[in-house]
Structures are given as C-alpha cells and as structure tokens.
Design a protein around this ligand. Structure first.
Ligand SMILES: Nc1ncnc2c1ncn2[C@@H]1O[C@H](COP(=O)(O)OP(=O)(O)O)[C@@H](O)[C@H]1O
Ligand SMILES: O=C(O)C1=C[C@@H](OP(=O)(O)O)[C@@H](O)[C@H](O)C1
Ligand SMILES: [Mg+2]
Length: 172
C-alpha cells in the first residue's frame, strides 16, 4: 500500500497541505505530531517541557515506523524534524513511499512562522531577529535530509490549492 509522505521545514505547510490533499483524493490523512500527542496524551510543547527533545525524537521515530508499517493507504504529514533524526530519512526512500519535500524559502517560512510559533517549542521563545537567523541556519543544516525525498515541490508564492495540484501531478 502506498504512503504519501509530506516533509519540510516547520511552517512549509505539511499539515495544511496534507489535510487538503486528503479532501481531494479521499485518501485518509495522518499528522505525525497529532498521532504522537494522542499516544502520550500530551501536547508537543508538554512533551518537550516534561521529557525533553531526545524523548520526543524517540517517540517520533517509533510512531513514523508504526504508521509506515500499517497496510492502509495514507497521506502522512511529518514534523519538520522527522527526516533529520534516527535515520528516518532512509524511510523516505521505501518502495511504497511517495515522499514529497515541500520546499519553502527562508522568507516564506519566517512570514508564516512569526505569528505561529507558540506551539513550536524550538522557536516559541525567540524574538523576530533570532527567529530569522535560526531558520536560515537550521534550514541549511536540515536540507541534506529534506533532499532525500523522492519528489520536491516549491511552495513559495503558491496557494494551498496550487500546491495540492502540484502534488497531484506527481501522483498521476
Ligand atoms: N499557501 C499556503 N500553503 C500552506 N500553508 C499556508 C499557505 N499560506 C498560508 N499558510 C499558513 O501557513 C501555516 C502552515 O502551517 P502548517 O500547515 O502547520 O505547516 P507545517 O505542518 O509544515 O509546520 C498555516 O498557518 C497555514 O494556514
Ligand atoms: O522542526 C521540528 O523539529 C519540529 C517541528 C514540529 O512540526 P511542524 O513542522 O509541523 O511544525 C514538531 O514536530 C516539533 O515542534 C519539532
Ligand atoms: Mg505540522
């Protein structure tokens, strides 16, 4: 069974696009962060606060493996860091996996994240200047992992609908 896996930096639109792609294709959508939150009954912020990032990364890996092992067709929206830990990037290359990197520029990411940072523990306490610098460096560090995806879709200056159409183009 095929898994459509959306990846990319925080704010690139994984959760939003996965949900909209699901509506059009009728393929059920799973958000990895939501699955983790439900599993441990804590928000992402609470997991980071109470148990730390290493614990989160372990849960994230276990949950990703579990979702890939199920026999259902699914669209899976990853967390921004998922491909960058525990060799998860190798899982993007599996035969039944259609992995799509939603590629966004630093400016696009900054503009989307600046008012949406409170539920993202890695950036929640940064001021605007710190955030821009952080995104630039962090995206550079992570790009190697994101580029392991089988497909790449640029999301800059595109509406949700346009990005969904680009992904449908890959799937057909
Ligand atoms: N064209 C667009 N595509 C995707 N998201 C967009 C777009 N324009 C604005 N947004 C907003 O950007 C944010 C993307 O966040 P989200 O979908 O949670 O991304 P991720 O899961 O990659 O962190 C949402 O608040 C969404 O409404
Ligand atoms: O980039 C990251 O390391 C993270 C991204 C988040 O997901 P989104 O990319 O959906 O915000 C979430 O998994 C956690 O806050 C860590
Ligand atoms: Mg998300």
């Amino acid at each position: 069974m095929k898994k459509i896996v959306l990846l990319g930096y925080m704010g690139c639109g994984k959760s939003t696009i996965a949900q909209n792609l699901s509506k059009i294709t009728n393929i059920p959508f799973l958000d990895l962060d939501k699955c983790i939150e439900e599993r441990v009954n804590l928000s992402i912020n609470e997991i980071f606060e109470k148990h730390g990032e290493v614990y989160f990364r372990k849960l994230e890996h276990e949950m990703f493996v579990e979702l890939l092992q199920s026999s259902d067709n699914n669209i899976i929206g990853l967390g921004g860091g998922t491909p960058c830990y525990a060799n998860n990037h190798e899982l993007l290359k599996g035969d039944d996996v259609v992995s799509v990197y939603l590629k966004a520029s630093i400016d696009t990411l900054y503009n989307r994240l600046v008012h949406n940072k409170s539920k993202r523990p890695l950036i929640a306490n940064m001021n605007e200047e710190e955030m821009k610098e952080f995104i630039a460096k962090h995206l550079f560090d992570r790009s190697f992992y994101y580029n392991q995806a089988k497909h790449k879709v640029s999301v800059d200056d595109k509406s949700v609908e346009e990005t969904v159409q680009d992904i449908l183009g890959i799937l057909t």
